[in-house]
Design a protein around this ligand. Sequence first.
Ligand SMILES: [Zn+2]
Length: 86
Amino acid sequence: MMKKAVVKKGEAFTVDLTTIEGDGAFPCPKCGTVISPEDESEEVYTIVDTKIVNDQLVELVVMCGTCGSTIKLAGFQQAMEGLTNE
Ligand SMILES: [Zn+2]
């Protein structure tokens, strides 16, 4: 009886950068495509949204170019420890 929504533009995931070692590259939680913040060609991923507080990037939302999943990157503040102004 219940109709499920058929239209579904990928799933949403959250990746905590503090759990990532190395250069910050991480595999897409859904399809495994390696997404590297260093790659600015936007062929692998597309930046959907950024959240900046006090001139610091605190949140980045990207879309996987392979499967279309939305991936929210969090943990920038911890990743940039040492830059705090207090
Ligand atoms: Zn993907």
